[in-house]
Design a protein around this ligand. Structure first.
Ligand code: ADP
Length: 533
């Protein structure tokens, strides 16, 4: 067989194959015949340690192959090639003293050539050929070995990529199944709640209780959807922090406030111990509260009723240590390092009455890292509770004139508000909510009507949906801003899109504020208070 024929055949085989070991064995047998060699070794690089694993070989007994299953980087010829990523040609081995060739000399090898298998700058393994019958290789023979090694490296890279894609696909399927399951959980009580509210007997305390359940379950749906959006932001690396000096005790207070109803409903008590003096870190208050809330909600989810969660805050050596410890189901020790991985869940059947998507802790780790800190999980094992510890660098800068973002709850009446949204239910429920807050609200179902209503109604505040057929929210905002009354009004974008890109676009279109749907009651109240100036 001629050299070109051999290489063409090799390339074709490698392109077809999906079994790395079998193909290497068949292929190298042919190459050995062509090169007049009796041995070959193919090692693959281990993912976790600087060592090689024998994938395929010929010319030595099975016992010997078993003995050299693992080879550390730097050991023997192949280990040195893997370490230095450079070819080694060893010749007249029996007569040249070289520590690296001791192993193959023991196999009676006289000439040996090992190539690193590289793809996109990464070492995948090594491929070597050896002869017992002659002391040297010709240049063209070494070239053939080099060409076969390059082809094999490409095929190995392809197989690796296929495997990674299959794994990602499997995880996505699993995730979608969990997602469907998790969304169905809160929807069932909302649906039956509606049924109860429709019946005539649902009045007074019973109706209030049903509404409470529905509100709680709806919050759960909102949390799931928020998590999903966050995941796409994590993946695309698009989380931007708005940094300012933040008092961690205030952050804890805020998180406790938002998680308390959930913990109460699960019968889990909270205790908080923070130092007297404020402890400032350079951080994004919203994101830090999200970190603490996620930890608190998990403590609530994975703790039996009657259990406890203790939050403590300490300070030493320039670091703030915030810890959230619960008396819940705990985490098996060997799984502790994995709980921060995206979509990681310890046991889908364990304490999962209020499950999630396996996103919360991945988000916590990412947000803490963005703040220059770290988060760790500790647990003495299943049934022994868990402790999550967040460490953040403390800042000396104390903010000038501490800002208090709390909003006056005095709701003045009569403020004119226009809601423009093509989703009738969304518009109607928003305007009802605004009315309960004392506003005088009108609705419009599209941009054109919105502009017309605006001109006669003169609202001080406009909630505007972005995605509408016909004139979209951006265009409507521009049209409103072009009118004298429109210049003075507060325009609020209300949209399912919360990413930086959309925020930049709403700003450019003249919006004052951007709320992500579904806006919380608190957000709406806050906006209403701003609108009153
Ligand atoms: P999930 O949506 O599943 O709660 P997380 O990313 O928040 O996702 O948590 C990942 C996994 O870590 C959970 O599924 C759970 O198995 C485990 N876990 C998280 N917090 C706790 C806790 N406080 N106690 C016990 N297990 C926990």
């Amino acid at each position: 067989m001629r050299r070109n024929e051999l290489l063409t055949k090799t390339a074709a085989r490698l392109l077809e194959s999906s079994d790395a070991q079998m193909i290497v064995e068949q292929l190298c047998a042919e190459v050995m015949t062509f090169l007049d060699c009796e041995l070959f070794f193919n090692f693959v690089a281990d993912d976790d340690a600087p060592r090689l694993r024998l994938n395929a070989c010929a010319g030595v007994s099975r016992e010997i192959a078993e003995q050299i299953e693992w080879l550390d980087f730097g050991v023997a010829v192949c280990g040195c090639v893997a370490r230095d990523r450079e070819r080694i040609i060893a010749e007249s081995i029996s007569s040249v003293e070289d520590e690296r060739t001791t192993l193959i000399r023991g196999f009676g090898v006289e000439a040996y050539c090992c190539h690193p298998l590289m793809a996109q700058g990464k070492l995948l393994g090594t491929l070597s050929f050896g002869s017992r019958s002659r002391p040297t290789f010709r240049d063209e023979e070494v070239e053939v070995m080099q060409a076969v090694s390059n082809l094999l490296a490409m095929a190995m890279a392809r197989l690796k990529m296929e495997q990674a894609l299959r794994e990602a696909d499997r995880r996505k399927d699993e995730f979608l199944a969990t997602l469907a399951h998790e969304l169905r959980n809160p929807l069932a009580p909302i649906r039956s709640g509606l049924q109860v509210l429709k019946s005539e007997t649902a009045q007074g305390p019973k109706a209030a209780r049903v509404q409470e359940i529905m509100a709680r379950q709806l919050d759960h749906v909102v949390r799931l959807v928020d998590d999903l959006m966050e995941v796409s932001r994590i993946r695309s690396g698009k989380i931007a922090l708005r940094l300012e000096p933040v008092d961690l005790a205030a952050v804890i207070g805020q998180a406790v406030e938002s998680s308390q109803p959930f913990l109460d409903a699960n019968g889990v008590a909270i205790s908080v111990a923070t130092p007297e003096a404020p402890l400032y870190v350079e951080g994004d208050p919203v994101r830090l509260a999200q970190v603490v809330s996620n930890l608190l909600n998990n403590a609530g989810k994975y703790t039996e009723p009657g259990g406890r969660v203790d939050i403590t805050l300490d300070h030493s050596d320039g670091w703030a240590t915030l810890s959230v410890a619960d008396t819940g189901v705990g985490i098996p020790t060997d799984l502790l390092p994995q709980v921060f991985d995206l979509f990681a869940q310890v046991d889908r059947n364990l304490g999962r009455a209020q499950g999630g998507l396996g996103i919360g802790l991945a988000l916590v780790r990412k947000l803490v890292a963005l703040h220059g800190g770290e988060v760790t999980a500790q647990s003495a094992g299943q049934g022994h509770g868990s402790r999550f510890t967040v460490r953040l660098p403390v800042t000396d800068a104390i903010p000038a004139g501490t800002t208090n973002a709390s909003v006056s709850s005095n709701e003045r009446t009569g403020q004119r508000v226009l809601v423009i949204d093509d989703n009738r239910d969304a518009a109607a429920s928003m305007s009802m909510l605004l009315e309960t807050m004392g506003a005088d609200a009108r609705v419009a179902g599209d941009g054109e009507t919105g502009v017309a209503v605006f001109e006669t109604f003169h609202p001080a505040l406009v909630f505007l949906d972005l995605g509408m057929p016909g004139m979209d929210g951006f265009e409507t905002a521009r049209r409103l801003r072009a009118t004298p009354a429109g210049r003075a009004a507060t325009l609020v974008a209300l949209t399912g899109w919360g990413g930086e890109y959309t925020r930049a676009r709403t700003k450019a279109a003249g919006f004052d504020l951007h709320l992500t749907k579904p806006a919380s009651v608190e957000d709406v109240r806050r906006v209403l208070a701003c609108g009153q100036g």
